[in-house]
Design a protein around this ligand. Sequence first.
Ligand code: ADE
Length: 225
Amino acid sequence: MKIDILTLFPEIALAPLGDSIIRRAQDAGIVEVCGHNLRDWSEDKHRRVDDSPCGGGPGMVLQPGPLHAAITALKKENTRVILMTPQGAPLKQARVRELSGENHLLIVCGHYEGVDHRIVERLIHEEISIGDYVLTNGAIAAAVLCDAVIRLLPGALGDSQSAVEESFSDPNLLEAPCYTRPIDFMGMKVPDVLLSGNHAKIEVWRREKALERTRQIRPDLSENA
Ligand code: ADE
């Protein structure tokens, strides 16, 4: 897979992808991630890429010119063009899984008040939000999307089962709590069932705990669990 990130802050988008599992996936040739500075497509002598919103109001809007030039230069025939914006569809693991099957993602990062809407209509395939809160810029959101997608690429995770058994593989169920040694930590014990060696009983316990935690923490999900 190839991922291009178009942003005013390539270093912010790339920094979280430079270590650990995601770094190793790049080193192994599983994915190639490139950051691109939108200012490189500005025709302004000060490398300006924004202007005030038509109709008034606070903040600045990314101009269509540099975005159009950059996106058309970076996209190929099979590219999925994604805009990171708080106005997008909330990102879910099911969509992450689908995106991990694409050949080429071009992730465009919004900034300031947003992106001139003519670009959204003409060149963006989908708008994605990573949650109902507003970040200073989309580069952080792009890094989140990249991490979530890359770890699902074949060979990226050491133990491929860990991508299957975790939270949101069943999108309506959180994972059961987990424990490791020591068995007694400051008087708090690991639940006996997990030490029993009885795998059928352990599975039942995990399922019950998963349902219990989902009801407590994500009542919105538990309606469908
Ligand atoms: N840019 C700013 N906030 C965002 C969010 N919540 N999701 C995606 N992009 C964003």
